[in-house]
Design a protein around this ligand. Structure first.
Ligand code: SF4
Ligand code: SF4
Length: 435
């Protein structure tokens, strides 16, 4: 694509980076075929190619974001299916990140939109606040019918619908500190405890610690970790994102210097995509660029790391049909496609691919709150596709997807690592019916 940025505009490193991305796009439109919002809404401006044109026009002409641009960029899930499809290697992720930051700086959203975004940014990344908010949501449910009727408050209704009726308690198995390996030490890793996941489903981190220590890996759960930043990053809040990134880089750098780390293990693929991008985010910060690049290189999804441990074959899954739901951040964001399925098959499960598996389930961070109608349509499509496989259970590697599709699947949905921990000697997950 031809671009016409001035030398002055290109002096801004973010604009220069985006210009290189724009130049790679050859307008072929292949990406439209796999874009969930284009497939759902049928509007070219809700396709990757359409959004690329909107972003180009906004940046090249030095325009503030307007309502039209904001509408179509807000509808983008950041699922990155377009990047998997694009034959020209267009880095849509960093382009839309730039657009979102530009929108945040130049566009004044309507009052309720601003209030809800502020609320989400102030609550979701902080486990204590999130836990309190989920408790308050029990009372808030009484007002859900009212919120549903008021267009500006639909996100509140969506938020209340997603809040679980009961919150599980953490067992302490993934408490802050060092968890010693069983037998001789074969490796040492840190895990990202996460924010929303640690509240919604602490069993995921607990299974991770149990499984890794059983196979001889020391697991450090460092004090002082922050949310990875993904939730606010998707809102265009760069400074808040970078603040989280710097804090985590500091925490993990201390661990690297104290005892060395073979990997930084991440159990939510949405967070994995973000942590693997810290090197890019902080590339212009001389105090952090190198450390952030080291952290990004060490970041591994739990399944990537488990494959490197060469686990023996197991029989726990024999006779069970397991549908594997590949989160967008797993398959498109991190390009991890086969490892989770290989691990589950090795544990004895009959692993089933979900038809249209490349399409997002509609979770996408806070998307199912802010764009609840599109998210509901994508959820229904995903559930129908999963049902075609006739599974006994579903595995996924992202808490957002687990929350989004869990209540409508009709069969248990678990994190891949919970299933593997059970297959390799851990307790049977409580979400599974008794054998
Ligand atoms: S990230 Fe997903 S929703 Fe956004 S343009 Fe690409 S394919 Fe479409
Ligand atoms: S597939 Fe790639 S090159 Fe083609 S229009 Fe989409 S982003 Fe541009």
């Amino acid at each position: 694509m031809q671009t016409n940025f001035s030398a002055e505009q290109l002096a801004d490193p973010d604009v220069a980076f985006s210009e290189k991305i724009l130049r790679k796009c050859v307008h072929c439109g292949f990406c439209t075929a796999t874009c969930p919002t284009y497939l759902t809404l049928g509007d070219e401006l809700d396709s990757p190619r359409g959004r690329i044109y909107l972003i180009k026009d906004m940046l090249e002409n030095g325009k503030d974001a307007d309502e039209r641009v904001v509408t179509h960029i807000d509808r983008c899930l950041s699922c990155l299916a377009c990047m998997t499809t694009c034959p020209s290697g267009v880095d849509y992720m960093h382009l839309v990140d730039h657009a979102r930051a530009h929108i945040e700086q130049t566009y004044k959203r309507p009052l309720f939109d601003r209030l809800i975004r502020n609320l989400l940014a102030m609550v979701l990344p902080y486990p204590r606040r999130f836990r309190l908010a989920l408790k308050a949501a029990r009372l808030g449910r009484l007002f859900r019918p009212l919120f549903t009727r008021l267009p500006g408050l639909k996100p509140m209704a969506a938020m209340l619908a997603l809040a679980p009726a009961r919150l599980p308690r953490a067992s302490g198995a993934a408490a802050i500190g060092s968890h010693a390996p069983k037998g001789g030490r074969k490796g040492r890793v840190a895990i990202l405890s996460g924010c929303a996941q640690s509240v919604l489903d602490p069993a995921i981190n607990e299974a991770t610690v149990e499984l890794l220590t059983r196979f001889g890996i020391e697991v450090v759960v460092p004090a002082g970790e922050a949310c990875c930043g993904a939730l606010v990053h998707h809102m265009g809040r760069e400074e808040q994102t970078f603040e989280s990134a710097r804090r985590n880089v500091d925490v993990w750098t201390r661990e690297i210097e104290a005892g060395g780390l073979d990997a930084i293990i991440i159990t939510t693929s949405g967070c994995g995509t973000t942590v693997k991008d810290y090197g890019h985010m902080l590339r212009l910060d001389p105090a952090y660029a190198e450390k952030a690049a080291t952290v990004s290189a060490l970041a591994k999804d739990i399944t990537e790391y488990l494959v490197s441990l060469d686990l023996p074959a197991a029989k726990a899954g024999e006779g069970m049909r397991l549908a594997y739901h590949s989160a967008c951040s797993m398959q498109h964001g991190q390009r991890i496609k086969e490892s989770p399925k290989r691990l589950l098959a090795n544990a004895g499960f009959t692993v089933l691919d979900v038809p249209e598996g490349h399409l997002c389930c509609g979770s996408a961070g806070t998307y199912n709150i802010m764009q609840s109608e599109i998210a509901a349509r994508l959820k229904a499509r995903k559930l129908a596709n999963i049902a075609k496989t006739k599974p006994d259970l579903i595995a996924a590697g992202n808490i957002g997807c687990i929350t989004q599709i869990g209540d409508g699947a009709g069969v248990p949905i678990l994190h891949t690592v919970e299933i593997l921990n059970w297959a390799y000697g851990g307790a049977r997950p409580s979400k599974l019916p008794a054998a």
